[in-house]
Design a protein around this ligand. Structure first.
Ligand SMILES: [Zn+2]
Length: 54
């Protein structure tokens, strides 16, 4: 078993479940967590900066 699934930083969706069910790869955010693929695709430039630049 994997460790407890992380929740998406943006929408709170269970990333481990998304990975298993949809076969999509979550996007890791260094030191913060992860985003589900659909949120990653929907990020605005401002949101992207807030997640990936610290
Ligand atoms: Zn999400």
């Amino acid at each position: 078993m994997e460790p407890a699934a992380d929740a998406c930083l943006r929408c709170g969706a269970p990333i481990g479940l998304i990975t298993r069910v949809l076969g999509e790869i979550p996007v890791e955010v260094p030191r913060k967590g992860a985003l589900c693929p659909s949120c990653y695709r929907d990020l605005s430039a401002e949101e992207y900066a807030s997640y990936f630049k610290s």
